[in-house]
Ligand binder design. Sequence first.
Ligand code: XLS
Ligand code: NI
Ligand code: NI
Length: 438
Amino acid sequence: MEIFKNVPKIAYEGAKSKNPLAFKYYDADRVIMGKKMKEHLPFAMAWWHNLCANGTDMFGRGVANKSFGVKEGTMEHAKAKVDAGFEFMQKLGIEYFCFHDVDIVPEADDIKETNRRLDEISDYILVKMKETGIKCLWGTANMFSNPRFCNGAGSSNSADVFAFAAAQVKKALDITVKLGGKGYVFWGGREGYETLLNTDVKFEQENIARLMKMAVAYGRSIGFTGDFYIEPKPKEPMKHQYDFDAATAIGFLRQHGLDKDFKMNIEANHATLAGHTFEHDLRISAINGMLGSIDANQGDYLLGWDTDEFPFDVYTTTMCMYEVLKAGGLTGGFNFDAKNRRPSYTEEDMFEGYILGMDTFALGLIKAAELIEDGRIDAFVEKRYASYRNSEIGKKILSDSTSLEELSAYAEKLGAPALPGSGKQEALESIVNSVLFG
Ligand code: XLS
Ligand code: NI
Ligand code: NI
């Protein structure tokens, strides 16, 4: 039974199209730098925002109706969400989805019953996956909504809560593997603190690592060959969260010997909350060999919290795709961890949000490829460091065959070095503009 009766299959109509329910830039089979757009951009639907979130915020109730014609909080409703989700993805040509355990079933009072429901719904999802060819990008456990996690999950002060979190991770891994998920995410939603006065930071961080090590051991034992991901976020809901940004999370993984099994899932809005650009955290992940997956959204500089808006800013998606192309692509995909604004509450809005996001990333891909093919930026960066390749002293520094004494003697002979050469930021930004709008 068709659910979104007013929405047809979304087609590519080109930039001149005025049809709100058509792609302007996302042309799945168009080849860019030797690969189809849909291969560069493995998009995923986020179950929670798209099928669950109804616009509830701190000040008001939901506006959007996500009942899909069925009583909410029931298994019937859970199945209606599966039906709606698969129809939605098929109409948009989206090939992946991401989920938390409690997005796909209503949580019961007893974990045994919740787990039974997860078995039932995952059977149902599997049938749909086989019918449609749609796949699972990653799964995760929601260890932040239930009041028991008010002090965190792996970082909780309560051993019973830690055990409960472990049970949820185990089941979420079971379901992710059952659905053939490519990845498994840890977003430390309440792994942090409100005040140091009541917090043993070392104890909490070691416990988070313990939970992750058990997850790796269990996941590998049941045949999970994909990547585990940390999704860094500096704050919100906690005042300070341990997975602050990519650099912090990578350091933590290395400290605990988890770096071979984990990569980063970088969310645009989390990077900006950390005081970085999105592309900064992508670059830090990439140079450490840990660029895994992306939560595709954007924040709002005026509001300053994790507003999870659909990507609209083409400069940012261009710089994102520049990083992704340079890194040789993602092992994961682009999960729209994004939701409609509260007043955009219709079914058409759900599709229009995704169309905006997919088009904005398609434009970013097209423009990033043009920037790389243009070559001026690469050539400038290459030339900028040339003194290390072209001079004897530079070569010695790079081959680690000099010392402070030798460099000091060299500096004395030099008197004073010439200025290092212009950084050319304005000229480079102008190249970006001419590629974007030329
Ligand atoms: C919240 C996070 C969350 C993760 C999955 O800010 O982005 O949605 O992606 O738990
Ligand atoms: Ni996210
Ligand atoms: Ni987020």
